[in-house]
Design a protein around this ligand. Sequence first.
Ligand SMILES: Nc1ncnc2c1ncn2[C@@H]1O[C@H](COP(=O)(O)OP(=O)(O)OP(=O)(O)O)[C@@H](O)[C@H]1O
Length: 568
Amino acid sequence: MKHKGNVRNILITTVKRQKWLSIGILIAVLGAIGASLIPPLLLGKIVDSITEGDAVAFSFFVLYFVVLALTGFMDTARESLLTVFGQKITHALRSRLMEKFLGLSADTINQQEPGTMVSRFVGDVDTVENLFTSGIISMFADTCKILSILAVIWFRNKGLTLVLLFLLPFLFWFTRHVQKNMLTAQIENRRAVGRASGHVPETIHNIRTIHCFGKEKYMEERYDKYISDSYRAMERTNFYDAIYSPVILILNAVVVAVVMLLSASGDQQILTFFGMSAGTAVAVINYISQIFTPVESLGMEIQTIQSAMAGIHRINEFFNLEADEADRASGKRQGVRKTAKDISEQKKQVTIDKIHTADAGDQTAVSFENVVFGYDEHLVLEGVSFEVKKGEQVTLSGRTGAGKSTILKLLLGLYEPQSGSIRIGNVSATEVPEEERRSLFGYVEQSFHMVPGTVREQITLYDRSITEKQVQAAARLTGLEDSIASLENGYDTVCTPEIFSQGQWQLLSIARAAVAEPSILLLDEITANLDVETEKEVLQALRRVSENRTVISISHRTSAEMGRIIMV
Ligand SMILES: Nc1ncnc2c1ncn2[C@@H]1O[C@H](COP(=O)(O)OP(=O)(O)OP(=O)(O)O)[C@@H](O)[C@H]1O
């Protein structure tokens, strides 16, 4: 099934939810356009009154300034409301992306490039926000402005409207041409600068090889080429930048001059189209300069919309990830990957009592029965069966790549086997409720993964249900109590990599796993990165933590083997 949360739906929902904000934006946009049309008309009236020798009412001047202020106010209101609206869109998009992300199967998450994922959440969401704030709404405003100016001029000077209708497409084409070329040149420049910046560390890094093979000249020439490419691209940008404004100004002046000349021609036929009073001339000149700005902006808005389209496409691709997988699965794959959402649905039907107390006589903590599992077509476990009793300690052993870590992932319910059963007590591994997971499993990996925060937070993982007493007990059990006490702020010390040694970080890993007093400990090569002395220390702590617990451990070192060996 396709995920409902695509960008269009999210945008429509946001507009509906933010009804008053959307209405406010519409009023501000139309109000700003309407208000900006009035001052030239008032100015025209004032000039006409002066040239005809009539007194100009003071209220006219006041009204002129009031409308100018109103235009400014409407523009400010539009910008402010758009900023708030943009933030709402960003928030909605990021929340839905995160919701989707958390619903992906462990396997799909593994297949995502971290960098690409970050750019979905950051860059792509920003471009979609721009689509609204600097794209669609601005485009709507500019188009309305152009049309309304043309309509007003039509009633004042039909000839000028025709001239503008003839000129505006050319102006638009010229603007787009300049903008496209400038963008291309800017991209080329960025690339060239990137290559030139990368060239320096690359040269330093490979300096011995360069000297050894006599490649100094080659490296120098490559650097020169990148620099020249960058200069050439910058020159092109400067050229277009330099010619654009003068061309627009000249065009503006030529239009005004031609219309003025024609209106002063004295020919009756021409005057039916171009004839106007001095006041109208003032108003019209004002409108001409106003109409050029939105035409220039339209070009930029088209560019913004184009790049936002690419962003929308990439975000939608992400939203459809699981659906694509399901399509593939129906064709050829037999293994079933469960999403966190599917799993949590099932879990609701299960209670933790079943895991812990199920059958008083049943002493089995964990059982694998004829388990077959593979990643895509790559079969890893072919009919694996074993049992671990409550309180028993076992070590999984086998050649590298045999699937030992995969067994732990299956126990944690991250994947579902293609056939066979995996049970924790009396419950299938994928049915363990999320909220019970931490009190059931403690998982320690090869190295510690720090979370932003204090020492206490490393242990609790922000779980508020874990008490201070439990934190201290876990630290004591792992022998970290004194090391933590010697830190400047004890448990409140904000963690940075240098505050502990590698062994101490690993002890903190064990404290983190043990703090919720889980009944099963899963240990994946936890001493692999440690020297012999530190390993001894960690293993001692581990023995204390393992007391009265079921322990399933993986280790290539015989020194770290615990209890019964299960061959995989
Ligand atoms: N997420 C994954 N996607 C695809 N293949 C995977 C994934 N994780 C592991 N594998 C593959 O599954 C096989 C078993 O991996 P696993 O890590 O379980 O082996 P292992 O016995 O723990 O190996 P080692 O002792 O070297 O750690 C390997 O061939 C590995 O490349």
